[in-house]
Write a protein that binds this ligand. Structure first.
Ligand code: SAM
Ligand code: SF4
Length: 327
């Protein structure tokens, strides 16, 4: 069992399998991105090994993310292998939905029961402005297909930005209600430099909650996925609305997760630089897991108590983008 210096049990691993993506969301990436050389990334076999090691250390929930995880070559093999080799309570995925038409069935067969799909707009023009190169139709087609395949739960993730999709709250929640999905609003985090001043674009979840309460009948829910969201049940529907509020309601006290970046860094917090380089250990010890296990156990001393996100100075908390660390 992994326990950090603040007595938080770490049982959740997020893995970024690639920093590449077929979108360039304005809050996530800069317009011109330089991606890592493929030779610098963890191989799929190495990712599977790291997950096996974490599972042996008590991690029971794994989320595959990125970048866009479903654009990584041979990603099917990774899902199938994780499913076969581990004893997980949950294998999940965060995706932009663009590849779901082809991948949803494979995901279901690989034991993925719940997926998070990012959907920031239902307006094709706004969607294009937010993702720069994404196509809403393709995502909606993917979502429709995933719904047909029948996952236990689909949750939509939304980052609202003033003057872009800020007015779409009710449209997006209505879409979630009609589809039987949950939906979470994520406050923009200062990860990597983008073209916007985040203090001008970010929308507070407190404001979103007030408008939601005026529009829907909501009751606070005790439901938790073990993650940072607070949930509100929409009356007479299957939909819960999650609010992930790093700024307005710090959630670090119950943090149960660490992250593996696409190049094998073990990050102890999304908003801090503390990390352990696992790749050299993995390469140097192809048949012996013990040095890697020791490094992971020792890393627990480095996990910070809390992020220190501050939007007011328009400086990123860390230079790396969310796509590198794994959102
Ligand atoms: N490409 C996949 C997707 O978009 O769902 C998975 C990776 S993406 C980095 C994971 C989540 O992080 C998405 O829901 C996205 O909206 C969110 N995200 C990315 N950059 C963010 C930022 N700076 N602040 C808040 N959320 C962010
Ligand atoms: Fe790609 Fe996801 Fe980042 Fe958008 S949020 S650019 S889809 S990694």
């Amino acid at each position: 069992m992994l326990v950090d210096q603040f007595n938080r049990k770490i049982n959740y691993l997020r893995v970024s399998v690639t920093d590449r993506c077929d979108f360039r969301c304005v809050y996530c990436m800069s317009e011109k991105m330089t991606f890592m050389a493929k030779s610098d990334l963890l191989s799929l076999e190495e990712i599977a090994r790291v997950i096996r090691i974490f599972n042996g250390l008590g991690v029971e929930k794994v989320r595959i993310t990125g970048g866009e995880p479903l654009v990584r070559k041979n990603i099917d093999w990774l899902f199938q292998t994780i499913n076969k080799e581990n004893n997980l309570k949950e294998l999940t995925l965060t995706t932009n939905g663009s590849q779901l038409k082809n991948k949803a069935s494979m995901l279901k067969k690989s034991g993925v029961e719940r997926i998070n799909i990012s959907l920031d707009s239902l307006n094709p023009d706004i969607f294009k402005r937010m993702t720069r190169i994404g196509r809403l139709n393709k995502v909606l087609e993917g979502i429709k297909h995933a719904k047909k395949i029948g996952f236990k739960k689909i949750k939509l993730n939304v980052v609202l930005m003033k003057n872009l999709n800020g007015f779409e709250v009710f449209n997006l929640v209505d879409f979630a209600i009609d589809s039987g999905f949950d939906i979470s609003f994520i406050e923009e985090m200062p990860l990597g430099g983008t073209q916007f001043n985040r203090s001008e674009t970010s929308v507070s979840n407190d404001d979103i909650l007030s408008s939601l309460q005026n529009h829907y009948q909501l009751s606070e829910s005790s439901f938790t996925t073990g993650g940072p969201a607070n949930y509100w049940q929409v009356k007479n529907s299957r939909t819960k609305i999650g609010l992930i509020s790093p700024h307005s309601h710090n959630f670090c006290g119950t943090c149960n997760r660490v992250r593996i970046s696409c190049k094998g860094e073990l990050f102890l917090c999304l908003g801090h630089e503390e990390k352990i380089e696992l790749l050299p250990l993995i390469k140097a010890n192809p048949y012996d897991d013990s040095p890697i296990i020791e490094a992971i156990i020792n890393s627990m001393k480095l996990k910070p108590e809390s992020h220190t996100f501050d939007l007011s100075d328009n400086q990123p908390a860390v230079i790396r983008f969310m796509s590198h660390t794994g959102g």
